[in-house]
Design a protein around this ligand. Structure first.
Ligand SMILES: NC(=O)c1ccc[n+]([C@@H]2O[C@H](COP(=O)([O-])OP(=O)(O)OC[C@H]3O[C@@H](n4cnc5c(N)ncnc54)[C@H](O)[C@@H]3O)[C@@H](O)[C@H]2O)c1
Ligand SMILES: [Zn+2]
Length: 383
């Protein structure tokens, strides 16, 4: 006889926005761990993006002082473990083994914590290593880029690249908590500061018209990359992101729809054909603009709204065309996107600000027209 039971698990998916998390008066991390403290000191292993450590040379001593100030409640399991920043973090399998070795050396068990500090790439690497050591050690993420604080870093996925493919190995694991410390954003170069804004525009377009209008009204401050405007973008972007994960009914992506990947089918391909010279945020800006003009061609969106959104994206400083779009292989991006979803092709489009629409086919001629329109637009603004 078949024996069958439903297993229901409850998780809390939470983001704590703060500034200067390791300052002596900041209680975010100690309260979080204190909530779960047992009758012994809590061991934490910190793993950090080497570029963040370089940009903030005092970070290691700030963390050491923070642990000392806990009066023995928090124990540094080992000195901060540095890993290379950016995509190299995910391209080198030996880093996973090195993190496991460090966890083993420090004798961390499932009641200890691994804290990752860094850009989305480092969080993906450390999240994977922590999720697989002892079948899952409590993991706290501290994203340090606008993009990871508002988007990738607040998700439930981790992974590394393998067989030359992005994120081929990885798990869906809800982190113990995410702490968005805005002080890290001050250290970012301009390009990285701007990158996260486009993911906030994306999530506003598919979920929250009011947030889109707010962003639009704030265009000058965003274009100037003013820190208060960036913090607001990250804060609301992160809220919408985790709300989507928690309420969409498919946190572990069993289905084929990925609304948070709006504008991403072209973006992924553009990053690849440019050999990552076009960054993720830059590629998403172009991908969104292309999908908006596509939607006009397909009769899904009116011309005026498409112009309004594309004009706003440009005002913030994003290009909406790249020479790499001339390459016909961009169209292969659709098939690769289908493989990435692992099922039926599902592309999210925006029929009006704040609403989404899923389609399962894309018309090749309409795509080419959309790309041509972006090229003409660029030539007319350049001349
Ligand atoms: N897990 C997910 O759900 C998810 C979602 C989206 C993206 N991602 C992944 O995230 C990665 C991209 O993340 P990203 O945009 O944060 O870029 P990134 O991790 O590549 O970081 C960009 C660069 O900035 C450096 N850096 C990070 N923080 C800094 C700081 N505060 N000061 C100075 N330099 C700093 C990094 O070392 C790197 O060189 C990709 O690998 C992507 O696949 C994951
Ligand atoms: Zn993205």
């Amino acid at each position: 006889m078949v024996s069958q039971h439903t297993i229901r698990l409850e998780f809390s998916h939470r983001v704590f926005p703060t500034r200067d998390v390791f300052a002596s008066e900041n209680r975010v991390l100690s309260d979080l761990i204190g909530d779960h403290a047992e009758d012994r000191p809590t061991k934490i292993l910190f793993i950090a993006d080497a570029n963040v450590l370089a940009a903030r040379p005092m970070l290691a001593s700030e963390i050491a002082d923070f642990c000392t100030a806990s009066g023995g409640n928090i124990l540094l399991a080992a000195p901060i473990f540095p890993v290379p920043g950016g995509e190299p973090a995910k391209n080198d399998w030996s880093l996973v083994e090195k993190i496991w070795a460090e966890i083993n050396r420090a004798k961390l068990d499932r009641h200890c914590y691994v804290v990752a500090i860094g850009g989305g790439a480092v969080l993906d690497l450390v999240g994977f290593a922590a999720a697989t050591a002892h079948r899952g050690i409590r993991h706290i993420r501290m994203p340090t880029t606008t993009l990871s604080q508002g988007d990738g870093g607040v998700g439930v996925k981790n992974g590394v690249n393998f067989f030359g493919k992005k994120n081929w190995i990885g798990t869906f694991t809800i982190p113990f908590a995410i702490i968005n410390d805005y002080a890290f954003l001050d250290l970012l170069p301009e390009r990285e500061k701007r990158a996260g804004i486009i993911e906030a525009i994306k999530v506003a377009l598919i979920r929250d018209a009011d947030f889109f209008y707010e962003l639009e009204a704030n265009a000058p401050a965003l274009a100037a990359l003013e820190i208060a405007a960036l913090e607001r973008v990250v804060e609301r972007g992160a809220e919408l992101h985790i709300e989507h994960i928690a309420t969409s009914g498919d946190p572990f992506e069993f289905g084929s729809a990925r609304p948070l990947d709006f504008g991403h089918w072209i973006a992924h391909k553009l990053e690849q054909v440019s050999d990552f010279a076009v960054g993720h945020g830059e590629a998403v800006a172009i991908g969104i603009a292309a999908d908006l003009f596509y939607s006009v061609e397909a009769g899904i969106l009116d011309e005026e709204t498409a112009q309004r959104i594309i004009g706003f994206i440009e005002k913030i400083g994003f290009a909406t065309y790249s020479e790499y779009l001339k390459n016909d292989v961009i169209l292969q991006g659709l098939e690769e996107f289908r493989e990435h979803l692992g099922g039926e092709l599902t592309i999210t489009l925006v029929p009006e600000i704040g609403k989404k629409l899923e389609v399962h086919e894309m018309n090749r001629e309409h795509i080419l027209t959309a790309l041509r329109r972006l090229q003409e637009r660029e030539s007319s603004t350049c001349s």
